[in-house]
Design a binder for this molecule. Structure first.
Ligand code: SF4
Ligand code: SF4
Length: 207
């Protein structure tokens, strides 16, 4: 089956399973509190976000330019963390910062919002990556207040398709790629790489 289609089917399966078992699978209308941090996403999730955009009337440069702004912020204020990204460090330095007193931003003051946040809404919400998806369906979101399924084997078993999505492009003995979404866009969507990236996406849509 086509990779991107399979990923969409997996997401729809998990959303419908969770909804059937009493979990809220959508964020509160108008809430984007989580979207001022940056999260790691897998390579297949990057391609799925690109496919989601290509199905909408969006100008790709709009998102590419936002990713460049985020990159500029990192270069100016968080250069060390940029180095860590290029080495695929397993932990976000951001997650080690415990003083959130600077303001509404989760980890760093004035950290640009996720590149997909447009007018307070996620531009790829239906196909957002697992990190965003699972945050809203665990007890960690104070607004949604779902039951914590982390100790619930039955529910965890049925979340497996989400894990499968992150591994769709894994090759044996190759460490899975994972970067923040803005990083994929700033690096892979440079004009000189675009035709290559879209040919790869095309392969995943028609494979
Ligand atoms: S992908 Fe969407 S839900 Fe996730 S952080 Fe970005 S805007 Fe928010
Ligand atoms: S997971 Fe919760 S806090 Fe985060 S955007 Fe959704 S409703 Fe808001």
């Amino acid at each position: 089956m086509k990779t991107i289609n399979k990923m969409k089917i997996n997401i729809e399966y998990v959303d419908s399973f969770l909804a059937k078992h009493g979990y809220l699978v959508k964020c509160l209308n108008g809430c984007s509190d989580c979207c001022y941090d940056y999260f790691y996403a897998s390579l297949p999730e990057f391609f799925m976000s690109l496919q989601a955009l290509s199905e909408m009337p969006y100008n790709l440069d709009y998102f590419y330019n936002k990713s460049l702004k985020t990159e500029a912020y990192f270069k100016k204020y968080l250069n060390n963390e940029l180095d860590r990204l290029s080495f695929k460090a397993p932990f976000l330095l951001a997650n080690q910062v415990v003083d959130f007193s600077e303001g509404e931003y989760i980890n760093y003051p004035k950290l640009p919002a996720c590149i997909f946040l447009t007018n307070g809404r996620c531009s790829i919400y239906k196909y957002r990556p697992n990190t965003c998806r699972k945050y809203g369906t665990t007890v960690t979101c104070e607004y949604i207040q779902n039951n914590d399924y982390q100790e619930d084997d039955f529910t965890n078993y049925h979340l497996y398709p989400l894990y499968e999505n992150t591994r769709m492009l894994d090759q044996a003995n190759v460490k899975p790629t994972a970067y923040p979404l803005w990083y994929y866009y700033s690096q892979f969507l440079k004009p000189e790489f675009r035709s290559y990236v879209f040919s790869k996406l095309n392969d995943l849509v028609i494979d």
